[in-house]
Design a protein around this ligand. Structure first.
Ligand code: NAD
Ligand code: UD1
Length: 335
């Protein structure tokens, strides 16, 4: 099958492209490179030993998107493209709403025009908001606390409405927990611009000596050691979840929601210890106040994906830290 992967040179997209190629799918990547580099494409080709058609197209550019569908016979779309920095979404909300929402509307309009009605969408555990208690189950009410989160809540609704209006659509909404780690080759991984916001990229940069000290945002949460607990998932496990979701929606119509997480929570201090073990480096940290908008604990009930997709995460925190360290030590200045 031929799959268009939007955002395919990004962190999760690049790992998913590698898994798709491994499963002998034809892949076309569309990305505007606003948060990734062309080098990721070369690395994907190095890992897979295959050339991958690439379109440097912005999903807001309808003509550009149309050209991709005109030139290729596409069976399904895996849609990663989007802006994802929570703090930035608060300062430039219109850019986030325009890029993520208008961009997805444009993509779906072109898909409908070409009769391509199968889409796997990158949602997030952020849609569980502040009011649910973990483990999170797919039928809990959704909400958000920032524009980024609202784009996910709204896009889940928009894609659901699309299926209501035209039952030929087949939609898979994948709610990712916290993806970390890297491909075992060390050729692709997370490559954030500037000072990282998320825990693992920050810890990696402290371990490699680029940043002096991790600020641990609070040790007074109601968790076993007082620091925040999250459901970290290896990005390759996550990528494999997309192949299962894609297989599931072929030959079906409807909207299905799946949590992609391990179901296991790990604290900030447990991450620091695991990363020190994997890297053999000291990770200096200090405890500071809580970060606005953070919750104590977030982890999945991952049983639905197991039951319907036959998918379970296989890699543990030590694997995630080992592969994350392997990537940063091979690429200390990113790609
Ligand atoms: P990423 O930034 O590495 O990848 C996103 C890609 O989309 C980038 O390569 C970027 O250049 C591209 N892009 C953005 N806007 C575009 C546009 N208008 N046109 C074309 N390309 C565009 O992010 P990621 O971590 O790989 O995340 C992929 C998706 O998963 C995003 O939608 C994100 O919101 C979602 N998600 C990520 C996480 C996470 O922790 N990484 C968690 C939950 C959900
Ligand atoms: C963040 C986003 C969330 C998004 C997710 C994945 C916020 C408020 N939430 O979630 O919407 O879906 O990333 O992209 O930004 N931590 C530190 N020090 C740091 C960084 C993080 O102690 O320098 C702690 C946090 O308080 C948290 C844990 O580490 O307890 C994980 O943080 P992070 O990687 O930013 O992910 P989330 O908070 O889950």
């Amino acid at each position: 099958m031929t799959v268009l992967v939007t955002g395919g040179t990004g962190f999760i997209g690049s790992h998913t492209v590698v898994e798709l190629l491994k499963e002998k799918h034809n892949v076309i990547i569309m990305d505007n490179l606003c948060n990734s580099k062309l080098e990721a494409l070369h690395r994907i080709e190095q890992i897979s030993g295959q050339k991958v058609p690439f379109y440097q197209v912005d999903m807001l550019d309808k003509e550009g998107v149309t050209r991709i569908f005109e030139e290729n016979k596409i069976d399904a779309v895996i849609h990663f493209a989007g802006l994802k920095a929570v703090g930035e979404s608060v300062t430039i909300p219109l850019k986030y709403y325009h890029n993520n929402i208008t961009g997805t509307l444009t993509l779906c309009e072109v898909m409908a025009q070409y009769g391509v009605k199968k889409i796997v969408f990158s949602s997030s555990a952020t849609v569980y908001g502040m009011n649910n208690q973990p483990p999170y189950v797919e039928d809990m009410p959704t909400s958000a606390t920032n524009p980024y989160g609202y784009t996910k809540v709204m896009l889940e609704q928009i894609l659901t409405d699309l299926h209501t209006a035209d039952p030929e659509w087949s939609v898979s909404l994948l709610r990712y927990f916290n993806p970390i780690g890297a491909h075992e080759s060390g050729l692709i991984g997370e490559d954030p611009n500037g000072i990282p916001n998320n825990l693992l990229p920050y810890v990696s940069q402290v371990a490699i000596g680029k940043l002096p000290c991790l600020s641990v945002y609070g040790n007074d949460y109601d968790t076993p050691d007082g620091t925040g607990v999250r459901d970290y998932i290896h990005v390759v496990d996550l990528a494999k979840g997309h192949i299962k979701a894609l297989n599931y929606l072929m030959g079906r119509t409807g909207v299905e929601i799946f949590n992609l997480g391990t179901g296991k929570g790990t604290s900030v201090l447990e991450i620091v210890a695991a990363f020190e073990k994997a890297s053999g480096k000291k990770v200096n940290y200090k405890i500071v106040g809580r970060r606005a908008g953070d919750i104590a604990s977030c982890y999945a009930d991952a049983s639905r994906a197991k039951k319907l997709l036959g998918w379970v995460a296989e890699k543990n925190i030590d694997d995630m830290c080992r592969d994350g360290w392997n990537f940063i030590s091979k690429n200390p200045n990113g790609l």
